[in-house]
Design a protein around this ligand. Sequence first.
Ligand code: ZN
Length: 412
Amino acid sequence: MNAQRVIADLRELAARTGNADGAQRLAWGPVWRDARAWFRAKVDALGLATRTDAAGNNWVTIAGASPKTVIVGSHLDSVPNGGWLDGALGMMAGLEALRMYAGTTPPVTLMLVDWADEEGARFSRSLLGSSAASGELIVDEVRGLADRQGVRLVDALAENGIALDRMTEARTHLQTIDARAYLELHIEQGPVLESMNKPTGVVLGTFGVERHTIRFTGQAAHSGSTPIPMRRDAFLAAAQTALACREIALRHSKPGPGQNVVCTVGVVNVEPKIVTAVPGVCEISLDQRALDATVLAAMLHDAKAAADDAARANHVDVSWRHIWRIDPRPFDPALIRLCEEAVREETGDAPRLPSGPLHDAAEMVPHMPVVMMFAYSSNGLSHCKEEDTPEPHLEKSVNAFLRLVQKTMAHV
Ligand SMILES: [Zn+2]
């Protein structure tokens, strides 16, 4: 195994598919196709074939003595002006895993998958290829999607040889695989490993998400003539709720790994939005995340109680509109242990942390044992050209991941 070769591949891909503003491998576009052609040539050079499933995911297989299969996955697409490591790190480490076993018959089968359109940056649907393979994708929900130029998803897919209505056949392909483990190396995209000064960490699972719009309805009134006790100020109810939700998140956060939770009020809309009017209507968004489903449910319950209290205190009405939710996807305990071993052997320590962002790995959790490994993010930055991992940390992360592949191949 050769981490320097992985880093050289990453630099080559960055030079080929990025510019001064960052990586430009937007899914379904020409630069992404070029990245995939470049990657396929590297796979060809190992004497291995690439096959594409009905959702555009690219698969490479090294058949083992047993059909039991270890899948290594990641993605080559990026957001516009993205980072050089998001997705690409996992793909290049996966390529090195193929190099470790190419030309041999390993005890079990090894597969590498390059998921199509992980980012959802163009059509606003993340994890498109992996959700088609997992059976989560509902085609009618994405049929109407179009990009900012008005190009429809269905046409962008067709340009890449993919028929929208047949995408879910990728599920059939995944079902034919005797998958015993799914492994993914990814840049953390957050500040946790950096704050601990650790090059690499073990991921416990991906956060569940509860996302709602909360609407407070009071009465717009003149700001000069209406005494404060007589107001029905919808904004103040929303503001009180936002502060209460922060307290709820802090209260439900515990010190252990994976025990902290987050919540964010990212949107505030007020009506009538006039400096001389008491706000009659205020809508806020609430995004709550936790790794433990019970904790997430309790956070939502507490937020509803807090919104009711704030509404009562301000003489306004409150209603909730569900936007989106996903269950927490905890990773497999046995694979987490192997991952800890691999990280500890390489770095002397095995910090554990949850993933706030979703990853393709989350789509595999219902179908097979899964674990992810994170690499240190400089300044916690990602989805931008500044995204980076210092080279010594990158090297350790790659080595630890390749150890994990070896351990898993021996374990399943
Ligand atoms: Zn990614």
